[in-house]
Ligand binder design. Structure first.
Ligand SMILES: *[C@@H]1O[C@H](CO)[C@@H](O)[C@H](O)[C@H]1NC(C)=O
Ligand SMILES: *[C@@H]1O[C@H](CO)[C@@H](O)[C@H](O)[C@H]1NC(C)=O
Ligand SMILES: *[C@@H]1O[C@H](CO)[C@@H](O)[C@H](O)[C@H]1NC(C)=O
Ligand SMILES: *[C@@H]1O[C@H](CO)[C@@H](O)[C@H](O)[C@H]1NC(C)=O
Ligand SMILES: *[C@@H]1O[C@H](CO)[C@@H](O)[C@H](O)[C@H]1NC(C)=O
Ligand SMILES: *[C@@H]1O[C@H](CO)[C@@H](O)[C@H](O)[C@H]1NC(C)=O
Ligand SMILES: *[C@@H]1O[C@H](CO)[C@@H](O)[C@H](O)[C@H]1NC(C)=O
Ligand SMILES: *[C@@H]1O[C@H](CO)[C@@H](O)[C@H](O)[C@H]1NC(C)=O
Ligand SMILES: *[C@@H]1O[C@H](CO)[C@@H](O)[C@H](O)[C@H]1NC(C)=O
Ligand SMILES: *[C@@H]1O[C@H](CO)[C@@H](O)[C@H](O)[C@H]1NC(C)=O
Ligand SMILES: *[C@@H]1O[C@H](CO)[C@@H](O)[C@H](O)[C@H]1NC(C)=O
Ligand SMILES: *[C@@H]1O[C@H](CO)[C@@H](O)[C@H](O)[C@H]1NC(C)=O
Length: 614
């Protein structure tokens, strides 16, 4: 009604201004009214003709020449012929989605220079030959998704030099020719989904120099190739979602990209593709949710210096190593809900003060002092959409699991500093080729983490080479070699503190002329001394070798005798005096952590250690 009134008023005004124009306008209106196809709704003002769901078998007659918007969606149209739209040169938007179109003749949209938006979605098109889109130089949006297209041919989009958005998803696409995307110079957004592609069409994609966002969903691609996205220099948003068989992600897969958001979700990746991401220094959002990723190691993401938001929900995370987020000083939002984490220590963060949202619900969290840090910033830290809960502990009263914050405020959280059972100085001696066992079993609450420092200053936190680190803290070296000798330091640590023990290992050299010579090292820093002969030295008859070896043996022998004298001397001086006993009193750190934890540490009052010095 209002529409009609305003039209009449406009008409009146115009006709007052110029009678001739008025007559012309009347003619047009009459023409439109008469030209509106049967069963369709026409609006002269917006110059649109809407024939949605009218069971039309063909393009209806009587569409006004000046039509701008034509909606023919959900009809029964079978084919598009070259002349079908030639009569409507002012068409800007054409919707042919949801018909039965099998074939589109080349030149079907010829002369439609003003066309901005074309949808051929949800038809039965099997092939779009080259020339179908000829002349649509002003087209910006094209949707050919949900058809039966098997192949995209070379140069088929050649004329679409203003196209910004292309949807080709939901087809039976098996292959995209290398030059298929040629000419799409300003394409900004491309969606490729639900196709039968078996690899990323990297040759075709390399023509899309203007591409800003690429969405690839529901693809059955098992492995990304190296340089899969080369020449996409402007790409900022990459989405890889629902690739259930993807398990290979080479380090150079994302080479050449400078992304700001990246999403790799619902794949079969069991490890974080850290090396492939490390060059993305402008990345701010990373979504790695719903991948079977099990662990995040130390400093794994350190290249992502601008990362603000990290989603790792629904993964299989059972551990996040200390300093895992080393380098991520802007991390604001961390979403690790629905994982298998028993805790999250503050040491994983580079700057915990930057954290605003921590979504950690649906994890089997153990509410012990490792989570105490959450209480220190109660006002600035949000738990997102769901409050995390503590998993039930053995011996604790049964009942519904309680919220982490309540638990931390209650008096049930205890911390006990690690205590190593073994004697403070151990001497271990083994034959070369045998296995050496260095024990270090520690108790504490939470369970301490055991690591070893080797004589060569290597830090062993897990098995490496000949060294196996058992869960009970024992370090096994098999087979032992002479150069393994030296002082090993075991450190057991948890949030409450740490304890350490030194183990001196001597490996008897059986292969040399001086077998059964045992050498104990007494100083870890000097343990790299090369006091032993090469382990594979042979019994050659070379006189020179024997002479040199004998000389070296004498020197070593003299050295050992001197050392023994020195020891005797030191011991005799110490005799008679009171032995140096050192008492160390330790107060667990957690006491100072939260103000309201009084009385929570009864089990861990000041602890006393007795160290004997020779
Ligand atoms: C694109 O459309 C504008 C009007 O919107 C028109 O002037 C121009 O000629 C068209 N471009 C081409 C190449 O036809
Ligand atoms: C594409 O995959 C679907 C489902 O896996 C299958 O039904 C269809 O036949 C495949 N198409 C081609 C062309 O291989
Ligand atoms: C995912 O990987 C596991 C082995 O790691 C394999 O058993 C499974 O079949 C894979 N899933 C798919 C969909 O390929
Ligand atoms: C990467 O992208 C950012 C914007 O997201 C831009 O500021 C920066 O210059 C780009 N770096 C390179 C090397 O192109
Ligand atoms: C991350 O990806 C998952 C799976 O595709 C999606 O459900 C979730 O909304 C994404 N999160 C964000 C913040 O985009
Ligand atoms: C965390 O991820 C889950 C699953 O994708 C999502 O439902 C939730 O909204 C996310 N939380 C935040 C704070 O983004
Ligand atoms: C540890 O030292 C105690 C005496 O202080 C001794 O009885 C015990 O046998 C030693 N244990 C080991 C494994 O050396
Ligand atoms: C720890 O486990 C290893 C392997 O199971 C075993 O050889 C070693 O004796 C154990 N250590 C202790 C102290 O029981
Ligand atoms: C080293 O000592 C063991 C006994 O401790 C002995 O059985 C062996 O024969 C000795 N080896 C050599 C090369 O003397
Ligand atoms: C190693 O031993 C040498 C003497 O053999 C001594 O001068 C040096 O200070 C020792 N180094 C350390 C770090 O103790
Ligand atoms: C041990 O030997 C290596 C070469 O085999 C040498 O570089 C190193 O300096 C030696 N270390 C000591 C403490 O003599
Ligand atoms: C002996 O050991 C050295 C290094 O320890 C090695 O380079 C050399 O190949 C070995 N020789 C034999 C015969 O095994």
């Amino acid at each position: 009604m209002v529409d009609c009134m305003s039209r009449v008023m406009l008409h009146t005004a115009l006709s007052c201004w110029h009678p001739l124009l008025g007559v012309a306008l009347v003619a047009v209106f009459v023409g439109s009214a008469m030209g509106c196809p049967a069963r369709c709704d026409c609006s002269a003002q917006s110059r649109s003709v809407l024939c949605h769901r009218k069971r039309l078998p063909t393009i209806p007659d009587g569409i006004p020449i000046e039509t701008r918007v034509l909606d023919l969606s959900k009809n029964r149209i079978h084919a598009i012929n070259p002349d079908d739209f030639a009569a409507y040169p002012q068409l800007e938007e054409l919707d042919l989605s949801g018909n039965n179109i099998i074939y589109v003749e080349p030149g079907a949209f010829n002369m439609l220079f003003n066309m901005h938006s074309l949808s051929l979605k949800s038809n039965r098109i099997k092939l779009l030959s080259q020339g179908v889109f000829t002349g649509m130089t002003n087209l910006t949006v094209l949707d050919i998704s949900d058809n039966k297209i098997v192949i995209l041919l070379d140069y088929m989009f050649q004329d679409l030099r203003n196209l910004r958005s292309l949807e080709v998803g939901d087809n039976d696409l098996v292959y995209i020719s290398h030059w298929a995307f040629s000419g799409l110079l300003v394409l900004e957004s491309l969606t490729l989904e639900r196709c039968n592609l078996t690899e990323v069409p990297k040759e075709a994609l390399s023509h899309l120099h203007g591409l800003i966002s690429l969405h690839m969903r529901h693809l059955n691609i098992g492995a990304l190739k190296e340089n899969s996205f080369r020449k996409l220099h402007r790409l900022q948003h990459l989405e890889i979602d629902q690739w259930p068989s993807l398990d290979t992600f080479p380090a150079s897969a994302l080479h050449g990209l400078n992304l700001s958001t990246l999403s790799i979700t619902n794949t079969n990746l069991t490890a974080l593709p850290a090396r492939a991401l490390s060059h993305l220094t402008h990345l701010t959002h990373l979504n790695l949710s719903f991948n079977p990723i099990r662990h995040i190691s130390e400093a794994m993401l350190q290249g992502l210096v601008r990362l603000e938001v990290l989603h790792l929900a629904g993964a299989h995370l059972s551990g996040i190593a200390p300093h895992a987020f080393h380098g991520l000083s802007h991390l604001r939002v961390l979403n690790i809900s629905h994982n298998r984490l028993d805790t999250l220590e503050i040491s994983v963060f580079q700057s915990p003060e930057a954290l605003r949202v921590l979504q950690i619900d649906h994890n089997p969290l153990v509410c012990d002092c490792r989570l105490m840090w959450l209480l220190q910033k109660p006002h600035t830290l949000s738990f997102g959409e769901a409050q995390p809960e503590c998993s039930p502990v053995e011996g604790a009263p049964r009942g519904r699991p309680y919220k982490v914050k309540e638990a931390l405020h209650s008096n049930h959280v205890t911390c006990i500093k690690p205590k190593i059972d073994e004697n403070k100085t151990q001497m271990v001696s083994v034959d070369e080729g045998q296995r050496a066992l260095l024990h270090c079993s520690a108790r504490g609450k939470p369970n301490p983490v055991v690591s070893w420092l080797t004589p060569r200053r290597q830090h062993l936190t897990r098995s490496r080479g000949r060294a196996t680190l058992h869960d009970n803290g024992t370090l096994e070296i098999r087979p032992a070699e002479t150069q393994d000798g030296g002082v090993y330091v075991c450190v057991a640590s948890n949030t409450a503190g740490n304890d350490s023990v030194r183990v001196s290992l001597a490996v008897k050299n059986l292969g040399s002329l001086y077998a059964n010579r045992t050498q104990f090292y007494t100083d870890a820093a000097n343990a790299t001394a090369n006091g032993t002969l090469p382990s594979n030295m042979t019994f050659g008859l070379d006189l020179k070798t024997i002479l040199v070896s004998t000389a070296m043996g004498c020197f070593t022998f003299l050295g050992v005798v001197l050392f023994c004298f020195l020891l005797l001397f030191v011991w005799s001086r110490g005799k008679g005096k009171h032995k140096n006993n050192i008492d160390i009193e330790y107060v667990p750190r957690s006491k100072s952590n939260g103000g309201s934890t009084d009385g929570t540490d009864q089990g861990a009052g000041p602890r006393r250690f007795n160290m004997k010095m020779i």
